[in-house]
Ligand binder design. Structure first.
Ligand code: UGA
Length: 437
């Protein structure tokens, strides 16, 4: 059993800390945010993530998972320190590393004997080296090994992804660190999870290369969807047939209003910025970024066309605010861009999301929120569906039509039956499928 401290209790830190305690280690999740730690100590989970609450509670009850706002003490007591603080996007596209640098300083000030310092946050290539330099400049005699151990979990499936990863990447320079990290992830050996040792820089690159590739895949299928509309093809049939080619795979070929969330938008910008910095530009990634931004705006244009060219004085119901289902996260969500444009063009916006409304209210306090989709769509001139929550898949289209002022809908996730929409008499549009006006 290892003594482990996670610094940072966001998605990665909390899921990672709880997950590693589930592997049998003694874990302290530490954060400088005293209020957050107090809430966690009371048993309150600050984020919505399926399975997280029970994972945390079970491990707290077994005495393996603790929370602390005393970061220095948590560092001193640990064999392994995981850095899991945020790396938001800075104004120039590069990741903002101020939280990482501040944690590195605190680690340097508190190292007492051999430890592993391991970064889980997504950090630009070269950051590991920088963290090592900061620690050694503060504490020249410090005895530690640095590891880059990027995390690949998805929001909404984070617990499952952490406990059953496709692979674990251990980027470090010494065999000793590889062995210690092997101990941490020992339960995964039983499942034959590939554990891959690389250099620090390679591990850092793997994370960005994977996220940027998935972003590219989505932007690609979105452009193909747009072309399908122009030539009269069906993107779902195209994607399905493409996905049957094992070299392509069916995953991440769902068209939509553009990807969002705290990772793809930030990581593609950061990788493109790194490419520019090293004069090795990533034109494909830069294109994916542009395509994604224009896809969001394209949804507003589509809606406007469905509404005879004008939003003014009309009411639009927005169904789904989260950047994807099973999360209350609205960071970089398509809903943010779309609602903002609707508000600017004088539209009354009625919004509904099963769990993301509180987070959305922080950004749009003045639009109207409702407790059900039925209430949100009442007397609306049109409806735009932005998140593929199951409750929207099961909507009774006749009920929807009867509640609305006009039966007009833009299904940006292609989850409603075209046949159902046509037989209920809707004027509708979607992304890359048959258009009926
Ligand atoms: C993503 C990666 O999938 C994780 O592997 C990675 O660990 C994580 O970023 C991270 O870097 O921390 P996440 O942002 O939680 O995870 O969400 P995804 O499920 O990947 O979805 C991202 C966005 O792409 C969503 O807006 C989703 O609707 C969109 N998407 C996804 C599509 O538009 N089409 C698809 O086919 C798939």
């Amino acid at each position: 059993m290892k003594k482990i401290t996670f610094i940072g209790t966001g998605y990665v830190g909390l899921v990672g800390g709880a997950g590693i305690s589930e592997f049998g280690h003694s874990v302290t999740c530490a954060d400088i945010d005293q209020n957050k730690i107090a809430r966690l100590q009371e048993g309150e989970i600050p984020i919505y993530e399926p399975g997280l609450e029970s994972l945390v509670k079970q491990n707290v009850a077994k005495g393996r998972l603790h929370f602390s706002d005393n970061v220095p003490e948590s560092i001193q007591n640990a064999d392994i320190i995981f850095i899991a603080v945020g790396t938001p996007q800075g104004s120039n596209g590069e990741a903002n590393l101020s939280a990482i640098e501040s944690v590195a300083k605190t680690i340097g000030e508190n190292l007492n004997g051999y430890k592993i310092v391991c970064t889980k946050s997504t950090v630009p290539i070269g950051t590991g080296k920088r963290i090592e330099e900061i620690i050694r400049s503060i504490n020249p005699n410090s005895d530690f090994d640095y590891v880059s151990n990027p995390e690949f979990l998805r929001e909404g499936a984070a617990v499952k992804d952490f406990l059953h990863p496709d692979r674990v990447i251990i980027g470090t320079r010494t065999q000793k660190a590889i062995d210690v990290m092997g101990e941490v992830y020992r339960p995964l050996y039983i499942n034959e999870t590939p554990i891959i040792s690389t250099s620090v820089e390679t591990a850092e690159m793997i994370k960005y290369a994977a996220n940027a590739f998935l972003s590219l895949k989505i932007s690609y299928i979105n452009e193909i969807a747009n072309l399908c509309e122009a030539v009269g093809a069906d993107v779902h049939e195209v994607a399905r047939a493409m996905g049957l080619d094992g070299r392509i795979s069916a995953k991440f070929l769902h068209p939509g209003p553009g990807y969002g969330g705290s990772c793809f938008p930030k990581d593609t910008h950061a990788l493109a910025a790194t490419g520019q910095k090293y004069s090795s530009p990533l034109y494909t990634v830069e294109a994916a970024i542009k395509t994604n931004a224009s896809q969001k705006v394209r949804m507003v244009d589509k809606l406007q066309r469905l509404m005879d060219g004008s939003f003014k004085g009309k009411t639009v119901a927005v169904l789904g605010l989260a950047f994807k289902p099973q999360t209350d996260d609205v960071r970089e969500a398509a809903s943010r861009v779309i609602v903002s444009q609707l508000v600017d063009s004088g539209t009354t916006v009625h919004a509904y999301d099963p769990i993301a409304m509180d987070n959305f209210k922080i950004h749009f306090p003045d639009i109207q929120y409702f407790d059900s989709w039925q209430d949100a769509v009442k007397n609306a001139h049109a409806c735009i569906l932005l998140t593929e929550w199951n409750e929207f898949r099961g909507m009774d289209l006749n009920e929807l039509k009867d509640l609305m002022k006009r039966p007009v809908i833009l299904d940006t996730k292609n989850i409603l039956s075209i046949h159902g929409l046509e037989s209920s008499g809707f004027t509708y549009d979607n992304v890359g499928r048959k258009l009926h006006l």
